[in-house]
Design a protein around this ligand. Structure first.
Ligand SMILES: *Cc1c(COP(=O)(O)O)cnc(C)c1O
Length: 444
């Protein structure tokens, strides 16, 4: 027996896209960010204390394609791009489905997730603008890890504020971030005025993403050679992640795959946007994907698309960031402490929100007990332990494949495996020993 052609579809380095795709070109009429002080549409200058010029330009751009700088393209090799598109033969067999299931392997980056795609671009533009330090926040740790790694490629220093609760619970993340040479503080910290204020009022707090964002922004705003970097939600992040979908479209051409379903998990929306929005652009132009369904998958603990409201809301809990027009559960919403830390966000990317509002995509949500069950099945069939976040996309792919079995339909399902779970094994341990709480509980 020979290996089937579509078992793994690889591209060569020269196939790495030369341009990013910008979905803002398809929805130029979406409502702009609002300055929280003036309540007027935010001006580019409003972002200058924390972002460099090119990032601000990309954030507001409605150009359909934006050139990827040669140096960024070259360095995508260090993230193991192009990433393979692989077929899950053994999973299909275990499910006894006539459907074909393919997955895009963002887990193959040395960082273990897709987050490096934007970290790399952001570090490049900041270094180019003479910035010597980037600050950021991290919840579960994937984003801080990504920025710490790529800053070495451009000789930038990185300071990460990690939510204190996660900092204590996941000590290996600190080790990884320090190994890459970055500085990491448990937030709230003694290193910012805001952190000191919170510590004085609540000395025992375990912190929050909102507090960590505030600390990182404060540090960036204080020094003209320091900027802030965000790992999801904003338009420029969706832009940089489009390499995922642009590569996948080339691979589907090679494999003659005409997908009936394209699926990705959605926290702030960046891996979903990266995978799906380039395809949606083709669909809106009437070229391809006429019958493709695009599905965003959320946790029941933070169902911003399926249960949220489409309105202006703050990006952070403290209310310092511009107001964004997005699906949101309210900036004061605190999701229960599920293992899929990357999906614990109250809002959704404005671009993904616009696509949902226009009925161009659909969404569904799952409890974490269901998603870990899917993850275990994937580990035992395909040999890969998916990140708890990615298990959401996987679970939806499995459900769709089972519907195909019911209806005896031979459909093509493509999902984004946004990362591996080798640094999140505690959730798997809880699932296996029967102590994994449902997402509805707040006491993990
Ligand atoms: C951060 C993260 C996510 C969620 O973030 P998005 O911006 O919605 O993509 C999903 N999967 C993994 C592995 C992550 O690290």
């Amino acid at each position: 027996m020979s290996i089937p052609k579509d078992a793994r579809i690889n591209l060569s380095p020269e196939d790495i896209p030369k341009k990013w795709y910008n979905f803002a070109a398809e929805v130029p009429d979406i409502k702009p960010p609002i300055n929280p002080g003036t309540k007027e549409p935010a001006k580019p200058e409003d972002f200058e204390p924390i972002f460099c010029k090119e990032i601000i330009r990309q954030e507001g751009s409605t150009e359909r394609f934006i050139n990827i700088p040669e140096e960024v393209r070259d360095n995508l090799i260090y993230l193991n791009r192009p990433a393979p598109l692989q077929r899950a033969y053994r999973l299909e067999k275990a499910l006894k489905t006539p459907a074909r299931i393919y997955f895009k392997r963002e887990d193959m980056s040395p960082l273990g997730s897709h987050k490096g795609n934007t970290a790399l671009a952001q570090a490049f533009y900041n270094a180019d603008a003479g910035i010597h330090t980037l600050t950021t926040e991290t919840g579960a740790g994937q984003w801080g890890t990504a920025l710490a790694m790529v800053s070495n490629l451009y000789d930038i220093k990185t300071t990460v504020f990690m939510v204190k609760g996660s900092f204590m619970a996941k000590p290996l993340r600190k080790t990884i971030i320090n190994t890459y040479g970055a500085t990491i503080y448990a937030s709230p910290s003694e290193y910012t005025e805001f952190g000191k204020k919170v510590l004085k009022e609540h000395p025992d707090t375990s912190g929050s993403l909102g507090i960590a964002i505030s600390e990182a922004c404060e540090m960036a705003a204080k020094d003209e050679h320091t900027c802030y970097s965000l790992g999801s939600v904003l338009n420029h992040v969706m832009l940089h992640q489009s390499v995922i979908g642009l590569e996948t479209m080339q691979q589907m051409d090679i494999g003659e795959i005409d997908p009936d379903y394209v699926i990705a998990c959605a926290g702030g929306g960046s891996n979903f946007a990266g995978m799906v929005l380039p395809m949606l652009g083709e669909k809106m132009a009437g070229r391809k994907f006429a019958d493709t369904q695009f599905i965003a998958v959320e946790p029941k603990a933070a169902p911003s698309l399926t249960k949220g409201e489409y309105k202006y809301d703050y990006g952070d809990t403290a209310g310092f960031t511009p107001l964004l027009m997005m699906y949101t559960l309210g900036s004061d919403y605190i999701p229960s402490a599920i293992h899929a830390g990357g999906l614990r966000y109250h809002g959704m990317s404005p671009l993904v929100s616009a696509a949902y509002d226009r009925n161009l995509i659909t969404a569904r949500s799952y409890d974490q007990t269901q998603t870990f069950e899917a993850g275990l099945m994937f580990a035992r069939t395909e040999g890969i332990i998916p990140a708890p976040e990615s298990c959401h996309a996987l679970k939806a792919a499995i459900d769709v494949a089972l519907e195909c079995k019911e209806k005896k339909e031979e459909k093509d399902i493509v999902f984004c495996l946004s990362g591996h779970g080798l640094l999140d094994l505690y959730g798997y341990e809880q699932y296996m020993d029967g102590t994994l709480p449902s997402s509805d509980r707040n006491d993990l």
